[in-house]
Design a protein around this ligand. Sequence first.
Ligand code: ADP
Ligand code: MG
Length: 295
Amino acid sequence: ATPLSTMIGVGKAAEHGVLIRSGDALQTASHLTTLVVDKTGTVTEGKPQVNDQRLLGENTSDLLNLTHALESRSEHPLAIALTQHIESQLGDDLSAVEITDFTSVTGRGVRARDAQGRELAIGNAALLEDIGASLDALGDERESWTSQARTVVYLAVDGQLAASFAIEDPLRHDSIEAIARLRRDGLKVVMLTGDNTATANAIASQAGIDEVRAELTPEDKHAEIERLQRQGEVVGMVGDGINDAPALAQADVGFAMGQGTDVAIESAGVTLMRSSLHGIVDAIEISRATLGNIK
Ligand code: ADP
Ligand code: MG
């Protein structure tokens, strides 16, 4: 491409709220064959809300206060949702529980110990499995929640399931349409997530995405991009979180959601000022129109 057509393309994209860092990124965008999308905060709004809970024990405010004590120390969006939910539920019954040995387990949850020495863990099924806690006490609810695209977060006290919370994070209002546009433009769309398989499948089917990989660590997301590249795909990746940064850097073109974390934005060649997948389709279409015919 000529420097002039590149400049025109970058300028046009900027008018659509798409900031392309280099002419190379624009050039590569015109050749993309696959777009990999992160789920949380990318296909979905990333504003999760707790909308159901099961407390397995008599002292329900104890369970809620323990959950609050751990999650108020985490910056994970699910932790923020739980913290707010418990604050509004407990009101004046909210009490500060002292905890020690707080650790955050990437892609799984958080752990700590309270003053009585009880072992506390909050997170996904994999975390509970790690500590040997059975989920059987929850019964059918787990399946019913996940099939409704809700994420389930569990509290274990001393290795026993003590509470579970269903958290909903709706699709961005325009994700379905943007994904349909991508497919019309001939791109294969693959969704990656750290969330559980059932929830991921439910979100993907709502969004019209038929390839999904769930329960991934940030390293797994990176490896998935490499795998697609080895198959000959030219891969774009869009994400918003720290957990997406390695994958964004590995992709042929990385797209960061404008409201995403700084780490995601720094790892990507393109930033979407509007937090919408339409920005990616705009960028691809503009790159094809300005560079497509010039070899
Ligand atoms: P995603 O790829 O969906 O952005 P993450 O890698 O950030 O997900 O997290 C993966 C999973 O780990 C979450 O779906 C959640 O079940 C669990 N998790 C991580 N941190 C926390 C936390 N602070 N509280 C509860 N669950 C957590
Ligand atoms: Mg995300």
